[in-house]
Write a protein that binds this ligand. Structure first.
Ligand SMILES: Nc1ncnc2c1ncn2[C@@H]1O[C@H](COP(=O)(O)OP(=O)(O)O)[C@@H](O)[C@H]1O
Ligand SMILES: [Mg+2]
Length: 140
């Protein structure tokens, strides 16, 4: 499925719709270059999920993971850009039992969940983004 997101508000609207579909154990893989809007999408999704529009959602660039308590249980927000190897993932609390939003999911290697929703954000002119969604057959 391909969408054109005209601006940040459109990305946030997509994130809110995805928040309504997210269940415990789900993984959303966020792909795309630096500045594409992966963290912005995760932030809007977590704010919708917690029903807290002011929720602080920093980019987990240095901590690699940030966990959020939500009505569907713990949701982990990963930024794996600085991950050294998939072996370090267990230490970060990578656990398929919890829902996860993952930036730079190529770092997962063989641990990449086959049943994940993958969202690739591609910058277009200005604030526009192309979003390519793959996975979650029948759920979107
Ligand atoms: N359509 C859009 N979707 C997401 N972010 C957008 C959009 N238009 C502009 N932006 C801006 O682009 C930046 C994206 O940053 P960020 O989410 O940290 O990117 P990434 O996590 O992919 O590196 C933010 O400053 C955001 O406000
Ligand atoms: Mg980011």
């Amino acid at each position: 499925m391909q969408l054109t997101l005209a601006d940040l508000a459109a990305t946030e609207a997509l994130a809110r719709r995805l928040a309504g579909l997210l269940r415990p154990g789900d993984t959303i893989l966020l792909e795309g270059p630096l500045g594409a809007g992966k963290s912005a999408l995760a932030r809007a999704l977590l704010r919708a999920l917690t029903n807290d529009p002011a929720l602080e959602v920093p980019s987990p660039t240095y901590t690699l993971v940030q966990a959020y308590q939500t009505p569907i249980g713990l949701v982990q927000h990963f930024d794996l850009w600085r991950l050294d190897g998939a072996a370090d993932l267990a230490e970060l609390g990578w656990d398929e039992g919890e829902a996860a939003l993952v930036e730079w999911p190529d770092r997962l290697g063989a641990l990449r969940p086959a049943d994940a929703l993958s969202i690739t954000l591609q910058p277009l002119d200005g604030d526009a983004r192309r979003a390519v969604l793959e996975g979650w057959e029948g759920r979107l």
